[in-house]
Design a protein around this ligand. Structure first.
Ligand SMILES: Cc1ncc(COP(=O)(O)O)c(C=O)c1O
Length: 389
């Protein structure tokens, strides 16, 4: 089928890349060892700090988010170290596996994929660890497979209450630049991020934001590392250079994306994502479908995962929507495959894009004969109108 107009990319990342960012990347590559590059890199490294809400170091790798997970692990831990992690969904599972591949012992708090990381569990397990054998706590801030967020402030409070010195490592891949994340205030030691979601870039860059405490741990961490080594990166970044060839073109895009976030104002960006999250959930409720996230305090404002009614396959539903309306929705991952579809509402996005997205879902429900109530789009429009400032 031939489609006209723009494709709707409403998966929860990669997200729509704004024209301004595309244009910023549409240029000749420059010498990454020359003065123009060094100026660009220094500007970006400084500009990333407010996005993580940190005064600490941020490093940029050419790589996907999975690489930044690995960087967090190999730079701070040694084989045989214990870490505490929480099962929130597929991405917490994969991060856990990455740690285990390096011989790190993961105590994994089980979860049903409908709730965030439990601060009460963190408190209990850390308080019982009198010998301080846990070297790190690993939490996915916004679980992209389920649309559930975890309170990092509460996890930090539990760590403080237990008086536990473990590092706090947080995956912000689908929250950074969309949902409030405060590296310094929440005492996060390593934040893990990627370019393809709230930062509105194509995939291809990943990040670690690093506290002083994490840098100190880096000195004694024994896991082998080369490409991901913070010291090599920080040593060169100091002068605006990289230890290997950087993704120059993506960095031009990143500079523009940072300018856009700064122009809009981070608080306004968070407010916009909140409004779109609320409006999406209003639509889902009006359709009488079920949101995967069970606790309203943990709703994700960057995506909404929705259960298909019994007897209906989510992938077939997504196929019908793609074919008929040229819109991509997120698939259910792993144990949610076929059972769940995910609506991405993060990144470069506005009210009318959301209205179009939800209209596509509503038309798809009708076309696929999925049992639902009418009125989801109307409910979303009412929610948007009521929250318009
Ligand atoms: C929360 C989260 N963590 C990690 C990843 C893995 O990132 P990547 O696919 O860029 O390697 C993703 C990807 O969607 C994610 O959403």
């Amino acid at each position: 089928m031939i489609h006209s107009g723009r494709h709707f990319l409403q998966i929860p990342g990669p997200t729509n890349v704004p024209d301004r960012v595309l244009r910023a990347m549409h240029r000749a590559v420059i010498d990454h060892r020359g003065p123009e590059f060094s100026k660009l890199a220094l500007e970006i490294l400084e500009g990333l700090r407010p996005i993580f809400q940190t005064s600490g170091h941020v490093v940029i790798y050419p790589g996907s988010g999975t690489g930044a997970w690995e960087a967090a692990i190999v730079n701070t831990l040694s084989a045989g170290d214990r870490v505490l992690a929480f099962e929130t969904g597929q991405f917490s599972n994969l991060w856990r596996q990455a740690a285990e591949h390096f011989g790190v012992e993961v105590e994994y708090v089980p979860g049903n994929w409908r709730h965030g990381a439990s601060a009460a569990e963190a408190l209990a397990r850390l308080s019982a660890d009198h010998a301080h054998t846990f070297k790190a706590v690993m939490v996915v801030h916004n679980e992209t497979s389920t649309g559930v967020s975890s309170s990092i402030a509460d996890i930090r409070q539990a760590m403080n209450q237990a008086n536990h010195p473990a590092l706090l490592m947080v995956d912000t891949i689908s929250s950074l630049g969309s949902v409030d994340f405060r590296q310094d205030e929440w005492g996060v030691d390593v934040a893990v991020a990627g370019s393809q979601k709230g930062l509105m870039l194509p995939p291809g860059l990943c990040f670690n934001a690093i506290s002083e405490k994490a840098l100190a741990a880096n000195k004694s961490a024994k896991l082998p590392r080369s490409y991901w080594d913070w010291q090599g990166m920080l040593g060169q970044n100091h002068n605006g250079f990289f230890p290997y060839t950087p993704a120059t073109t993506l960095l031009f895009g990143l500079r523009e994306a940072l300018t856009m976030l700064q122009e809009e104002g981070l608080q306004n960006v968070f407010h916009r994502h909140r409004r779109h999250g609320e409006a999406t959930r209003a639509a889902v409720r009006a359709w009488d479908l079920e949101i995967v996230c069970e606790d309203p305090r943990e709703y994700s404002n960057s995506l909404t995962a929705v259960f298909m009614p019994e007897g209906h396959n989510a992938d077939e539903f997504r196929r019908i929507i793609l074919e008929n309306f040229d819109m991509s929705l997120g698939a259910g991952l792993s144990k949610l495959a076929g059972k769940v579809f995910r609506i991405g509402h993060l990144g470069s996005f506005n009210d009318l894009m959301l209205a179009g997205t939800l209209s596509g879902v509503e038309m798809g429900l009708r076309l696929a004969a999925v049992p639902h109530r009418e009125g989801g789009v109307t409910a979303a429009l009412q929610s948007l109108a009521a929250s318009k400032t």
